[in-house]
Ligand binder design. Structure first.
Ligand code: KIV
Length: 272
């Protein structure tokens, strides 16, 4: 497949209201290679800090961590558009800091877009990054980088005040030039209303089936997540069980001395 065949951010943008957009997170070369034929978007989410590195929240992600995983995913992605998350602390404080961080991630990974969390509060950052030629995916609703500040994973859109804020955030990120927006952990009718209202695609997670696309954390989707799995997640495979079973079989063979070591494979040649 040539580089031209890759789903571009413009192509994703044009999918508004059309064929649903398929997105999964990926953090490593093998998983990116396996998912790539089946998805439009691969998101190198800052969920990597929790899923692969065992941190309690996404606040454990750093720019270096995102770049390392972004590079690995880019090596495995041939068709999908690859978006890399900007970690907490890399963009909120100022437009200049956001621009410098986005440039580093974009240049050092070769990814196609960056994602950052927030609405009206980060509209300036989104506009500046887009003006610099770097496509931006926005992320509104439940924002995992704010869970400590928010006192937990709280669903959004349950009060008039919250709905008003969500609609303002949605309008702000579209106006700032985002090519798409993730809506996470949001009451279904509100996510559906935002999808109707915006001209850019919405990508839902724990939001609404009426979003223009859906995203899941890959380890949740394949049943590999060890700790907390959100209630709305459907597990399409049960790899925890498979991995445990493989480790048990291996341990049993090692202990029984039936493990096929080099002595079985590289037998001395029979010279007779
Ligand atoms: O970090 C992540 O994986 C995300 C998705 C859950 C949207 O932001």
């Amino acid at each position: 497949m040539s580089a031209d065949a890759r789903a571009s951010t413009d192509a994703i943008r044009r999918r508004k209201g059309g064929d649903p957009i398929v997105c999964l997170t990926a953090y490593t070369y093998p998983i990116a290679s396996l998912l790539d034929p089946h998805v439009d978007l691969l998101l190198v989410g800052d969920s990597v800090a929790m899923v692969l590195h065992g941190h309690q929240t996404t606040l454990g992600a750093t720019i270096d961590m995102m770049i390392l995983h972004g590079q690995a995913v880019m090596r495995g992605a041939r068709n999908a558009c690859v978006v890399v998350d900007m970690p907490a602390g890399s963009y909120e404080a100022s437009v200049a800091k956001a621009l410098a961080s986005a440039r580093r991630i974009f240049e050092e990974t070769g990814c196609h877009a960056v994602k950052l969390e927030g609405g009206t509060d980060v509209a300036g950052q989104i506009a500046a990054i887009v003006a610099d030629g770097i496509p931006v995916m926005a992320h509104i609703g439940l924002q995992p980088q704010s869970v400590v500040k928010d006192g937990g994973y709280k669903i959004k859109g349950g009060t008039d005040e919250s709905i008003k804020r969500l609609l303002a955030d949605a309008d702000a990120v579209e106006k700032a030039g985002a090519f798409s927006v993730v809506i996470e952990g949001t009451m279904e009718p509100v996510a559906a209303e935002i999808t109707r209202r915006l001209t850019i695609p919405t990508i839902g997670i724990g939001a609404s089936a009426r979003c223009d696309g859906q995203v899941l954390v890959i380890d949740d989707a394949i049943g590999l997540t060890v700790d907390r799995v959100p209630k709305f997640v459907k597990e399409y495979a049960e790899l925890r069980t498979e991995v445990s079973r493989a480790a048990m079989s291996y341990a049993a063979e090692v202990k029984a001395r039936t493990f096929p070591t080099a002595e079985h494979v590289f037998k001395p040649k029979d010279k007779s």
